[in-house]
Write a protein that binds this ligand. Structure first.
Ligand code: URA
Ligand code: ZN
Length: 364
């Protein structure tokens, strides 16, 4: 039985070089009080000077960039195949004139890493979204010729003003035409004020557990409201972390649309596709939600045939030094089997691997 991890990140060596060369977020550096341990500082606000340097960001080791560590992690957790993706914040921060070259270099590098482990590694490519639209479209076309690429990973900022930006239409058109799925992943979270004045007492819990999923939910709802899936009815999006909170909030989103006087007078209610229709035809959801409660919502909203196993490796390693298996992985495995206990439709095996093989054409 194949077990396929569709949510698993790498920073390939050339991206690490870039992170090490920088002094503003995102960057990798050591601090004088712990010169032997590099830290990865990527999230907005993570290098706030009031945070002690030894707890800024997270420690970074070879799990983040050495593909042999990925394969060892896969072997330890019985994962047959991984669809790797560059981790956040991708190329969002690059000056426009550097983006296209960087995307080509990184996509080629990741494709070549996959070629070292045929059948075990595939990838989502990275787009030069800070550059001109035509260079993004060219990279989508180029990705088609790279053997191991199966779609693209994207954050929520799009070309800088979100995924409801009409300037993205040629990009959505190219992705739809070439049947490349968007793996939509959060990075920016919510404005730090919502976490309150004692936020730095709570580690990364509020931004990762709540900021990430809310960011994703807002981004997808904006896509829906702007009619992206009315214009691109074949555009597929794989939403991280079981869709942010979309499966849970879909009814409320739909009701708010139905009761909105502004949308009605602008003629935007009649003839639009509902969120439920989009969830069942355009959206895939990953199973990185650590509980059968979230998984069941995802299954109810999109279907067991649209849910795909993931780990989020190398993030969320065990904190115990002597742990072997990662709790973040075993918790997801347990949640998936529990979600299907007594279920009439769908199976854990489909979520663990068969769905990914079918949807991402991993036999080719
Ligand atoms: N934290 C991140 O910054 N990215 C992830 O993918 C997971 C945790
Ligand atoms: Zn992730």
């Amino acid at each position: 039985m194949p077990i396929v991890d569709i949510h698993t990140h790498v920073y390939p060596p050339s991206f690490m070089e870039l992170l090490r060369s920088r002094t503003t977020v995102p960057y990798v550096r050591t601090f004088p009080d712990a010169p032997d341990s590099s830290r990865l500082i990527i999230l907005p606000g993570e290098d706030n000077p009031s945070t002690p340097s030894t707890s800024r960001g997270r420690p970074i080791g070879p799990e983040y960039y050495d593909i042999e560590k990925k394969i060892a992690f896969m072997d330890l957790h019985n994962i047959s195949t991984s669809v790797i993706s560059l981790a956040n914040p991708w190329l969002d921060f690059l000056p426009a004139e550097e983006a296209a070259d960087a995307a080509r270099r990184i996509n080629d590098e990741v494709n070549s890493i996959c070629s070292q482990y045929p059948g075990r590694l595939y990838a989502f490519g990275t787009l030069p979204l800070s550059g001109p639209v035509d260079t993004v479209v060219s990279e989508i076309e180029r990705l088609n010729g790279l053997k191991y690429m199966r779609g693209v990973i994207m954050g929520t900022s799009g070309l800088g003003s979100g995924l409801d930006d009409p300037r993205l239409d040629p990009i959505y058109a190219a992705l739809q035409k070439h049947e490349q799925i968007i793996f939509l992943h959060p990075h920016y979270g919510l404005p730090s004020e919502v976490y309150g004045p004692r936020a730095n007492e709570y580690g990364h819990v509020l931004p990762l557990a709540l900021g990430f999923p809310m960011e994703t939910t807002v981004a997808v709802t904006r896509m829906l409201l702007s009619g992206v899936w009315d214009r691109f009815q074949g555009l597929s999006v794989l939403i991280a972390h079981s869709g942010g909170t979309l499966p849970f909030l879909a009814g409320r989103i739909e009701s708010c649309i139905q009761h909105d006087g502004h949308l009605k007078s602008a003629g935007k209610i009649e003839g639009r596709r509902s969120v439920w229709d989009v969830l069942k035809k355009n959206i895939y959801l990953d199973a990185v939600v650590y509980s059968e409660v979230g998984l069941k919502a995802a299954i109810d909203a999109s279907g067991a045939d649209r849910l795909l196993f993931g780990t989020d490796h190398p993030f969320f390693p065990p904190l115990e030094e002597d742990a072997k298996e990662w709790h973040s992985v075993t918790t997801n495995y347990a949640a998936i089997s529990k979600a299907f206990e007594g279920a009439i439709q769908g199976s854990a095996e489909d979520v663990l691997g068969n769905n990914a093989v079918r949807i991402l054409r991993l036999h080719d």
